[in-house]
Design a protein around this ligand. Structure first.
Ligand SMILES: *[C@@H]1O[C@H](CO)[C@@H](O)[C@H](O)[C@H]1NC(C)=O
Length: 300
């Protein structure tokens, strides 16, 4: 006997398909990436992967840590659901802020819940942002727990390492937190800072007004989706959510495209058409491989 919540979920998904017309999709182009472009993501993929692994605190986490052997851990800690990591990578001349993700099946069930609530950002963390900019309240509250500590650490590292480059990375829930961190850091670091983000298997985080702010303040934002992963299509657009620009879609191993524009476009190669609803998705694709690297507690 399916629960009432499941029935409501299915009903909403059917409704979302009936309501496809109000969300008219624009045509856009997808550009195939070169092998060199794909391999340039690898260090960030390994940082996102390392955030899941035991031993990241002293960089003894095995293959994920060895892949970025010259890193320096600066801040690492928290409990299992509340971990923030700051690294400095001399070879990338960048500060990396990495967030751990969570169990993907649990995340899917949370984000397909009918009670995925949008709320305004905390104006003390996101100064000057209008209350019409709204994000998933669970992501917002999780991000707020580590925001202040991360900002202080990043500021100190920018001075001690004499760099302006900061990259927020994360997979799954960690990708959502990295997306919030990228805006948070862009708003709070001195002007001239170079904040970007590289996220993997990231759910939608906020409404279209939030997505446009990411486009505006974090022009280097990239979110990488693997094949038929369904986490990137939740929460649904019909619930008021949208991704920012910067989708990279791994169509199949070795065939990777950059998708232009925002989360309102149609093409055969990007996620929005590849996974039109969760029943067409495959949760196993959430773990990767992202150009050869799987991410998750099982991939340490
Ligand atoms: C900004 O940071 C990224 C990531 O480290 C780097 O690839 C890029 O070259 C930087 N841009 C500038 C203008 O320094």
């Amino acid at each position: 006997m399916p629960s009432s919540k499941l029935l409501i979920l299915i009903a909403l998904n059917l409704l979302s398909q009936c309501f496809a017309v109000p969300f008219a999709l624009n045509r856009r182009t997808a550009t195939t990436l070169s092998a060199a472009q794909i391999s340039s993501f690898a260090p960030f993929t390994q940082f996102a992967r390392a955030a899941y692994c035991d031993g990241f605190q002293d960089w003894t986490c095995g293959a994920a840590c060895d892949a970025n052997g010259d890193f320096e851990v600066s801040l690492a800690g928290g409990d299992d659901s509340d971990i923030q990591n700051c690294y400095f990578s001399p070879s990338l001349n960048s500060i990396i802020v990495a967030h751990e993700g969570t169990d993907p099946v649990q995340l899917e069930s949370d984000l397909t819940d009918v009670e995925v609530l949008l709320g305004s950002l905390d104006s003390s963390l996101f100064p000057g942002i209008s209350s019409s900019v709204q994000v998933h309240d669970g992501f917002r509250d999780e991000h707020a727990k580590t925001a202040t500590a991360i900002l202080a650490e990043v500021k100190a590292l920018m001075t001690s390492k004499n760099t302006k480059n900061v990259v927020a990375v994360g997979h799954s829930l960690g990708g959502a937190l990295a997306e919030l961190d990228s805006l948070f850091l862009a708003l709070n670091l001195p002007s001239g800072s170079n904040v970007s983000a590289m996220t993997y298997g990231t759910p939608r985080v906020g409404n279209p007004a939030f997505a446009s702010l990411i486009d505006q303040h974090v022009p280097g934002f990239k979110h990488i989706n693997n094949e038929k992963d369904l986490i990137p299509i939740v929460p649904g657009r019909f619930l008021g959510y949208a991704h920012p620009a910067g989708e990279i879609h791994i169509v199949s191993p070795g065939n990777v495209v950059a998708c232009s524009g925002d989360d309102d476009a149609t093409d055969s190669q990007c996620t929005i058409d590849t996974v039109p609803n969760i029943f067409d998705g495959d949760i196993l694709n959430h773990l990767g491989p992202y150009a050869g690297t799987s991410i998750g507690t099982l991939a340490c």
